[in-house]
Design a protein around this ligand. Structure first.
Ligand code: OXD
Ligand code: MN
Length: 592
């Protein structure tokens, strides 16, 4: 399929190491993918679902020990430990290559090596990058064929260039004790062993598009961010784009595919999804920041997804989708998960492959769930009813605003605008979310997750903050405005105050108005907060006094927050840019 010497040389090394019985190049044709689907069904690796209700859809179950990303087994392997920084696990590359090669050696014996050439971003786009993943899993091939653009065309674009990312995935024995997800940013290389679960093995996603790409962006002057991208169309038909970063469990996919409230729809507002998880951003010819979604599909969390919470995500999963670790409803050979609807299936198989007893279902006890809480759908982006026309174009969309956010019961107001880019970097670098009852461990614990990149930054986070500051200098007055949102303020009983979901559109509209100089604001020690009357509450049962309460910046709460930020910043030592330390000092002064 290619004459590229760097590719052929690496593949020879991989074949010698892994000793597969057979080697198959993935050419991207439907015929080849269909053969693989049939093979996976014959071996039981996938279950074909109801062709009428869910055409082209399949169910796959992973081993119960292999259901999520494994941050404690994820390594950044750089020559100098300092380059991985205080927030990553580090290992010397030589030592790690040896360990991983020893684990992977000979493990493709009796198996087939699939070679997947893939493009992150529309094939040939100046913002796209190419990778080649070898794997011994058909599930990986079929997921990669949804999540990325695969096949011969990618190699044609690559030509004889050496600018591509090497990716080795070997299932081995799916042994958690020998599971490793390793990035070698200096060599453009990823190695993943002993897992067969999504985020660990679809190497184009977190491993390449965030960890390796963030490093590349640092070296090459662009940005790879854990951000959704959406376009909001106003009644005049103009579309403005925003990129937003949130830690897990803050509703990123929901915001990316939000449906504006009826009142705004009637006026002509519409939301277009460009991406739900990752944004690659470069400065365009006109000096503005342009973003593409490097992915080609959604690898979304299934539980909680329903026609109300996210109609567009659910619609995206109705054809050509692979479901992982959800329940199988035997009555009609479809899938089910907690939160899909209230009709608990009476004749179902749970995510572990056992008969499910609906009568024992207890919301408070996850062990009684039919679907794993981190069960997923891998759905083609083109299925999404609100996919943007720009999605498949390579130029990217101009970003007007960057939005950070997290779950904060009392601290951050519903929305505020940073004072300028540097202050916005400060806001992103101090981002935090409180743990919910949905996650293991104590409730309400604050976890700092700068720019939602904590598990995904492929280099020293101090250097990453500096890179953000440098990008701001290059962008100058063309830089997107930076905001922070918090949909999760609670009352004294712990109930969410703001309705969220589609009504978040009202907040996004204020953000766009601010970008265009159309809305007023009140200056506070943390930044610019809306005047309550500037958030449009039409047709919403929500009074302005309550709105004022969630726009409030409480000085005592923020003084405590500033102390916690100081602690958080200590981790970065000398690598913390002085400008950010100065930001913290001015916040403290302003709070006095
Ligand atoms: C994801 C994540 O799966 O951020 O997208 O964990
Ligand atoms: Mn993510």
């Amino acid at each position: 399929m290619t004459e590229n010497k760097t590719v052929l040389k690496w593949l020879d090394e991989m074949k010698a190491l892994l000793t597969p019985d057979e080697v198959i190049w993935i050419d991207g044709s439907e015929a080849q993918l269909d053969t693989l689907r049939r093979e996976a069904v014959e071996t039981g690796e996938m279950i074909k679902l109801n062709e009428e209700k869910l055409p082209g859809c399949y169910l796959h179950r992973t081993k119960p020990n292999d259901v999520a990303r494994v941050e404690d087994r994820t390594f950044i392997c750089t020559t100098k430990e300092e380059d991985a920084g205080p927030t990553n696990h580090w290992c010397d590359p030589k030592e790690m290559y040896e360990r991983l090669y020893n684990i992977a050696r000979g493990t493709y014996k009796g198996r087939t090596m699939y070679i997947i050439p893939y493009s992150m971003g529309p094939i040939g786009s100046p913002l796209a990058k190419i990778g080649i993943e070898v794997t011994d899993s058909i599930y990986v091939v079929l997921n990669m064929a949804i999540m990325t653009r695969v096949g011969k065309k990618v190699l044609d674009v690559l030509g004889d260039s050496d600018d591509w990312v090497r990716g080795l995935h070997a299932k081995c024995d799916v042994d958690p004790e020998n599971r490793y997800i390793c990035q070698f940013p200096e060599d453009n290389t990823i190695i993943s062993v002993n897992s067969a679960y999504g985020g660990n093995v679809l190497l184009g996603k977190k491993c390449f598009a965030l960890r390796i790409a963030s490093y590349q962006g640092w070296k090459e002057g662009w940005m790879a961010e854990h951000m959704l991208i959406l376009g909001i169309q106003n009644p005049k038909g103009e579309i403005k784009y925003v990129a937003a970063a949130f830690p897990s469990a803050c509703g990123k996919t929901n915001l990316a595919m939000m449906i504006p409230p009826q009142y705004l729809r009637d006026k002509g507002y519409k939301v277009w999804t460009v991406g739900d998880d990752i944004a690659w951003m470069r400065i365009g010819k006109d000096g503005r920041l342009y973003a593409i979604n490097p992915e080609n599909g959604f690898f979304g969390v299934a539980p909680g997804t329903n026609a109300h919470s996210n109609y567009n995500a659910l619609a995206s999963t109705r054809k050509n989708t692979i479901f992982t670790n959800v329940a199988l409803n035997l009555d009609d050979n479809t899938v089910w998960w907690e939160g899909l609807n209230k009709d608990l299936p009476q004749n179902a198989i749970d995510w572990k492959g056992n008969k499910w007893d609906a009568s024992k279902f207890d919301k408070a006890d996850k062990s009684t769930y039919a679907a794993h809480p981190n069960s997923r759908f891998t759905a083609p982006a083109v299925n999404c009813p609100c996919i943007s026309d720009e999605f498949n174009k390579g130029e990217g969309v101009p970003i007007s605003a960057i939005i950070f956010g997290g779950r904060r019961a009392k601290c951050a107001p519903l929305v505020y605008q940073s004072k300028d880019w540097v202050n916005g970097v400060f806001v992103g670098s101090t981002m935090a979310s409180e743990t919910t009852a949905a996650a293991a461990g104590a409730v309400g614990v604050v976890r700092r997750d700068p720019m939602a990149m904590l598990p995904f930054c492929g280099y020293n986070m101090g250097d990453y903050f500096q890179h953000w500051l440098d990008m701001g200098k290059k962008l100058g007055d063309k830089a997107p405005k930076i905001f922070n949102v918090n949909w999760f303020r609670t009352d004294d009983e712990g109930n969410f105050i703001w309705p969220g979901f589609g009504d978040n559109c009202r907040v996004i509209n204020w953000i766009i108005d601010r970008c265009e100089g159309k809305a007023d604001a009140v200056e506070t020690p943390i930044g610019f907060v809306p005047k309550a009357e500037d958030i449009d509450l039409t047709d919403l049962d929500f009074d302005i006094e309550t709105l004022k309460s969630i726009l409030k910046v409480d000085k005592d709460v923020w003084s405590k927050e500033a102390d916690e930020i100081e602690e958080h910043y200590k981790k970065f030592g000398d690598k913390l840019p002085t400008e950010l330390r100065e930001q913290l000092n001015s916040l403290k002064n302003a709070l006095k």
